[in-house]
Design a protein around this ligand. Structure first.
Ligand code: 8OZ
Length: 366
């Protein structure tokens, strides 16, 4: 019987276990949105194949300046950022870990003060989201967006392609395209947000087009075996209203990208960080469209994760908050040990406190 602790090969990447560290925004990048030494330390603490994650997915990282929506999130679009990320990948690989970078464009979930020239953020729509962003001074309502013109979309796709190339330069094992949680790609997918009348709006097929073009560009550049994608079919995050036909939409989306032979699909079940039964959705039916590794997320306990892998319902399970508070979550899951308590006040921004100072079992017991 397969367990959470067994190795697996996903696409071109060999992993020591099926335990995944989920992407987690921590807002601790340095000037120029450059990853820091402290970030390298944080990821390295979670990289040990036995004690940490089989695979680390980095925090979401903007593929271009317009893709940023929160203070101090890291970028992956220039040489300084590649140099910063190289420190992270080297520290993780030195511990024997594996790491992919999450490629992100926030779309309308941004604030003009973070945008080049103070311009409005871009989206599928010009309608304002009822959402907040983190600006350091606290959480602030997002700015009204401007709808992208059709002829601007190839430029957006090119940013993802270029970021994927930079990820390879930075030494990542692969990339995960962030197509979840109410950000740009989801702003195109859902008819609750996308109000376009061009070839990127209207029918399900048109709304899946940006995702399809981004995935083909990235997989075509670095290889499908180094490319994953994250989807959240029913999450209400960031004012993402439920699509009128979520099952049909997401089954079409997965069927469309399946020929790219992606390393994995990563699915947030239910409301991200919230209720798993937020809205009805048949995840098993979604999976039938994809042959590669299936990664599940959202509120999994040890028992749920063991059962998901043992039954074959999933190949891997990702853990978010538990990995923030437990650098040695892998070991704790193996030994069924107690978990540290998460401190909410240090989630976003700041330094080492609540970031690299959570104790491991050895320290905690000493
Ligand atoms: C929490 C705070 C800011 C961003 C996501 C990238 O929800 C995020 C995010 C989460 O995917």
């Amino acid at each position: 019987m397969t367990t959470l602790f067994d190795p697996i090969r996903i696409g071109d990447i060999d992993l020591a276990s099926r335990i995944v560290m989920a992407p987690l925004t921590r807002d601790r990048a340095g000037a120029g949105q450059v990853p820091t030494e402290l970030m390298a330390r944080y990821y390295a603490q979670r990289a040990d194949p036995e004690r940490g994650a089989g695979l680390i997915v980095t925090e979401a990282s903007q593929v271009c300046p317009e893709g940023q929506g929160y203070l101090d999130t890291p970028g992956i679009f220039n040489a300084a950022q590649v140099t910063g990320w190289r420190r992270v990948t080297q520290a993780v690989h030195a511990r024997g870990g594996r790491i992919v970078v999450q490629l992100w464009h926030v779309g309308r979930i941004s604030h003009a003060s973070l945008q080049p020239g103070g311009q409005p953020p871009v989206s599928s729509t010009a309608r304002l989201a009822n959402a907040k962003t983190f600006l350091g001074s606290g959480f602030t309502p997002v700015s009204a967006p401007r709808a992208l013109r059709s002829e601007e979309i190839p430029g957006i796709v090119a940013h993802y392609r270029q970021a994927a190339l930079m990820a390879m330069e930075a030494g990542f094992d692969g990339v995960e395209v962030h197509a979840a949680n109410g950000y740009l790609i989801e702003q195109f997918l859902r008819d609750s947000i996308n109000d376009r009348s061009d070839g990127y709006g209207g029918s399900i097929d048109h709304r899946c087009r940006l995702l399809r073009e981004v995935m083909s560009a990235v997989a075509g550049t670095i290889g499908g075996g180094r490319t994953g994608v994250r989807l959240s079919p029913v999450t209400p995050s960031n004012d993402a209203g439920l699509d009128s036909r979520p099952q049909a939409l997401y089954e079409h989306a997965v069927a469309q990208i399946a020929p790219l032979q992606l390393a994995y699909v990563h699915v947030v079940e239910g409301a991200t960080g919230g209720a798993r039964d937020h809205a009805p959705f048949d995840y098993a039916a979604l999976r039938r469209h994809f042959d590669g590794a299936w990664v599940v997320n959202n509120g999994y306990t040890r028992a749920m994760a063991m059962e998901a892998v043992a039954s074959g319902a999933a190949d891997l399970v990702s853990f978010g908050k538990p990995f923030i508070a437990n650098p040695d979550l892998g070991r704790r899951l193996r030994e069924d040990a107690a978990l540290n308590v998460l401190h909410m006040s240090t989630l976003y921004g700041g330094g080492a406190a609540g970031y690299t100072d959570y104790p491991c079992l050895d320290t905690a017991r000493a």
